[in-house]
Design a protein around this ligand. Structure first.
Ligand code: HEM
Length: 481
């Protein structure tokens, strides 16, 4: 037995040696690799820590399961990998927990991914992303949201679910061709399930399951409910699709689902089928709700903390827009301070700190290292969004990061919360519109403050995104003469 154990340990040590010319990293231990080099309750923080890149350089490696993971740090490394060598790095790895997600956009590869992505981008644009029609939907949604805010009469409440519903309704208008009442039973069920998916995805059990699937399947934990939760969401989406099929008029598509059903009939490409449609809708829902909603919740918390910044934004909006009309996308260039605040909110809240994983399609050279085919590559967006050589005060909320001396808005190449390259966020334009219109509308009509005696807490919770811990806030209507 001792001989076998010694043999296994030696074999493991040999297996855990980094290949020649492979990116360096901390010593990988037998069986557990580098798992204990990370704080598992805070894996994102451990992996994004500058400590590791200060010790091992801009490209380092970790053994988190039976395979190697390479972490990319810094803007130039990210540009080299995701822009110049994007064709080798555009694929996603297989994630054990996602055994039920085989179609859609986010976790597929090759021809199917290219076609679903192209189709989704085209259709979202067709239904108004970047256009007036979508602008009206967002502003209209704000009116419903503002009624909910006003009903609270300045008393403390948790804004999480109401903001989720408003943001979700924008995706609903694009995908289902309609918004839902905030009390609609089907809508409540859908938003609840999407929120549950986001929670499960971020739990410690999920991270353990993804690192050790063979072992973890024998332990109890919420990872076992994943299949059930996913199937419940997919069933709901399928009911909507069936309804669309019944009253589809191919000459007048109303939304994303109608366009996709037309595409299934029109093109003879086997990647367009109903299962793929359900998964695409699921992807747009999950990616499109959680992200924007989380950013807006961070925004309210920062405004409640930095009241002088909130007042400056309100003053700029009063000067440029006033109270007699709603904001519009055309106001953006005339609101440099507000624009800088929105960019800084996105930078500091850093909601997708490690982007999404990529995998090498074939061998690739990066920063002089050789990375073989099939290695998971993680773009550490944090290393760019908090790079101390770019940002004057990386860890402090400072809209000045996006303003020049004359107070004009300046773009920053290191502002990459949506990542880079062909696999970058598909919803970037939609998210930018939502953030601008919702945020300026909030600031135009309301003032946000913490309940008496409470201080904002900025410790993030790890989920699909880095989100603020649940909080209560007081929202009062502004009285502007
Ligand atoms: C992918 C960030 C909003 C849909 C991504 C990625 C990031 C990201 C970092 C991974 C890119 C990569 O793999 O390199 C964000 C942020 C958002 C946001 C910060 C808002 C503040 C949205 C919205 C939608 C959306 C509103 C809805 C349409 C997607 C999709 C992908 C994606 C479908 C996968 C793209 C692919 O694999 O080709 N997003 N996102 N996102 N996002 Fe977003």
């Amino acid at each position: 037995l001792i001989f076998t154990l010694v043999f296994l340990v030696i074999a493991e040590c040999l297996r855990n040696r980094r290949p020649r010319n492979f990116p360096p990293g901390p010593l990988a231990l037998p069986l557990v690799g580098n798992v204990f080099s990370l704080d598992l309750r805070n894996a994102h923080r451990a992996m994004t820590e500058v400590r590791l890149s200060e010790t091992y350089g801009k490209v380092y490696s970790l053994k988190l399961d039976s395979t190697w993971t390479v972490v990319l740090n810094g803007l130039s490394t990210m540009q080299e990998a995701l822009l110049n060598k994007g064709d080798i790095l555009n694929d996603r790895p297989v994630i054990p927990l996602h055994f039920v997600i085989l179609n859609g956009i986010i976790f597929t590869n090759g021809h199917s991914w290219k076609e679903q992505r192209r189709f989704a981008l085209f259709t979202l644009k067709y239904f108004g992303v970047g256009k007036r029609s979508l602008e009206s939907s967002i502003l209209n949604e704000f009116i419903y949201l503002s009624k909910e805010f006003a009903n609270k009469k300045g008393k403390p409440f948790n804004p999480h679910y109401i903001i989720n519903k408003a943001v979700s309704n924008i995706i609903c208008s694009l995908v289902f061709g309609q918004r839902f009442d905030y009390c609609d039973e089907k809508f409540l069920k859908m938003t609840h399930l999407v929120d549950k998916v986001a929670q499960i995805e971020g739990s410690i059990w999920t991270q353990l399951y993804n690192a050790f699937p063979m072992l973890m399947k024998h332990f109890p934990g919420p990872h076992h409910t994943v299949r059930k939760t996913y199937s419940e969401v997919l069933k709901l989406l399928k009911t909507e699709i069936d309804q669309h099929k019944k009253d589809l008029d191919p000459s007048e598509p109303r939304d994303f689902i109608d366009c996709y059903l037309n595409e299934i009939q029109k093109v003879m490409d086997s990647v367009f089928h109903e299962e793929n449609l359900v998964m695409c809708v699921f992807d747009l829902f999950v990616a499109g709700t959680e992200t924007t909603s989380t950013t807006l919740r961070w925004a309210l918390l920062y405004m409640a903390k930095y009241t002088e910044i909130q007042e400056k934004v309100q003053a700029e909006i009063d000067r440029v827009i006033g109270q007699s009309r709603q904001p519009s996308m055309e106001d953006r260039p005339k609101l440099p301070y507000t624009d800088a605040v929105i960019h800084e909110l996105q930078r500091i809240s850093n909601i997708v700190p490690l982007s999404l994983p990529h995998v090498t399609k074939r061998e690739v050279q990066l920063e002089g290292y050789k990375i073989p085919k099939g290695v998971t590559v993680i773009p550490n967006l944090t290393s760019v969004l908090f790079d101390k050589s770019t940002w004057e005060t990386p860890y402090t909320f400072n809209p000045g990061h996006f303003l020049n001396k004359e107070g004009k808005f300046v773009k920053q190449a290191a502002f990459i919360p949506f990542s880079l390259g062909k696999r970058a966020c598909l919803g970037e334009n939609l998210a930018r519109m939502e953030l601008f219109l919702f945020f300026t509308s909030f600031m135009q009509r309301f003032t946000f403050s913490m309940p008496p005696g409470m201080e904002p807490v900025f410790k993030p919770q790890v989920g699909v995104t880095l989100k603020p811990s649940e909080y209560e806030i007081c929202i009062t209507q502004r009285e502007v003469c």
